[in-house]
Design a protein around this ligand. Structure first.
Ligand SMILES: Cc1ncc(COP(=O)(O)O)c(C=O)c1O
Length: 410
């Protein structure tokens, strides 16, 4: 049974923490998430009990680390419904997308081929493609968003043509929180022989992910957005495609042999992508985070977020000083502005009332043209948030006036 009050007991950051004299309402979960003690303990376990390098030692401690290192791969594979050998550790979504761009797309597309993205993508799913376009002569085209800012299957159909060889989109956008129809998109992309990467940074932590069912070619996400440690993430790739993907980074751990003549024999995937000592404690923490989320149940997580989100939207709609940008969003992301107040000033006032949200363009710098505003306030919910958090936000938004914002500096 899902009981948010029981769940909150797992999070040290939710034990009576205050911000500016108010109970902390942490509503910045799209930026990063809080960590439960299960994750903290897994990281501590590595530091306190089993510190050793992975895949490099012949003593018990190191073998224990090897075992946990591979165990996490199995846990993640269970979460994604894939083979553990299709799970490559990365430092996060950003690295994963760059790895796919440089290691697969660069070598599989030719000059003039088209990479399709949207104007709603995070910088991490735009800039790697811009660089490739610049260096290799690929073309970037945008799938038009509908009037609400959504990526619809109709618009995707219109944007697809024989020149499109690669598609890279976020399953859930980090500003408007809409869900893209990725399964249907993969099917259509494959029909014309194109490959597709799904940026799962905002979706994997919040609901079921089944890469087999979705049939995506690559999927990247970050552990820190799913209760895990920072600097840790995953690049999933279909095994046959990982074989054809060159590692972005070379060094110890990724090679089987190298010779003075310069020849290098790389290890098989996913090990060829894991050069250098990896973020071992991050891997253990990510494994604990994934197990923790699966124990709670992704259906429960999604349902709780949905309920809170609907409640938040209903409450914000009652206020006449609010501009809401995504009243019909599909996730815990609710984006708005307070009329006549610069978003950062408003966020500063909200912080003075104990509310943590994000303001600005949220790294989606092309979307500002669509939204017709440079800055918004983004509140983002997770399964440990409560109605009280939402009430605190709504009350702070209600009292957010220019007068109240004056003199607030952080
Ligand atoms: C949709 C999306 N993609 C990619 C990223 C980048 O993630 P990271 O900074 O963990 O690499 C983010 C982070 O906010 C995101 O929201």
């Amino acid at each position: 049974m899902f009981d948010v009050n029981e769940i909150r007991k797992d999070f040290p950051m939710l034990q009576g923490k205050t911000m500016n004299g108010h109970p902390l309402a942490y509503l910045d979960n799209s930026a990063t998430t809080l960590k439960p003690r299960q994750v903290i303990e897994a990281v501590n376990h590595f530091y306190c009990d089993i510190t050793a390098n992975a895949h490099r030692g012949d003593y018990e401690l190191s073998q224990k680390v090897d075992q946990l290192y591979e165990e996490t791969r199995k846990i993640i594979a269970r979460m994604l419904n894939c083979d553990p050998l299709e799970v490559a550790y990365t430092s996060g979504t950003t690295y994963g997308v760059n790895q796919v761009a440089w290691g697969y797309v660069r070598t599989h597309l030719k000059k003039g081929d088209v990479i399709l993205i949207t104007e709603a993508e995070h910088a991490s799913n735009v800039l790697p493609w811009f660089r490739l376009a610049d260096e290799c002569g690929f073309k970037i085209e945008y799938i038009p968003l509908n009037e609400e800012g959504r990526l619809t299957i109709e618009n995707f159909r219109k944007a697809l043509h024989e020149g499109v060889r690669f598609v890279a989109v976020a399953e859930i956008g980090n500003v408007l929180g809409y869900r893209a129809p990725v399964k249907e998109m993969c099917r259509l992309a494959h029909e014309i022989g194109a490959r597709m990467l799904v940026d799962g940074a905002q979706s994997v932590p919040h609901g079921h992910t089944d890469v087999k069912d979705m049939d995506c070619d690559f999927l990247c996400f970050s552990a820190h957005k799913m209760c895990g440690p920072s600097g840790m993430g995953v690049m999933y790739g279909k095994s046959e495609l990982l074989k054809e993907t060159e590692p972005l980074c070379l060094g110890g751990g990724s090679n089987a042999r190298f010779f003075s003549c310069g020849d290098v024999i790389l290890k098989e995937s996913p090990y060829k992508f894991e050069s250098g000592t990896q973020n071992i404690e991050g891997i253990m923490g990510m494994g604990a985070a994934a197990s923790y989320l699966m124990d709670i149940g992704f259906d429960n997580i999604a349902a709780h977020e949905r309920e809170l989100r609907d409640y938040l939207v209903r409450q914000l709609e009652k206020l006449d000083n609010v501009i809401l940008y995504n009243p019909n969003g599909d996730s815990g992301i609710v984006t708005f502005n307070v009329k006549g107040i610069f978003s950062q000033d408003a966020a500063g006032y909200l912080a003075s009332q104990g509310i943590a949200v994000r303001s600005g363009n949220h790294c989606a710098k092309i979307l500002v043209d669509f939204l017709k505003t440079d800055d918004t306030i983004r509140s983002s919910l997770y399964f440990y948030n409560t109605k009280e958090d939402v009430d605190a936000l709504v009350e702070a938004v209600r009292t957010c006036t220019i007068e109240n914002c004056i003199g607030i500096f952080f």
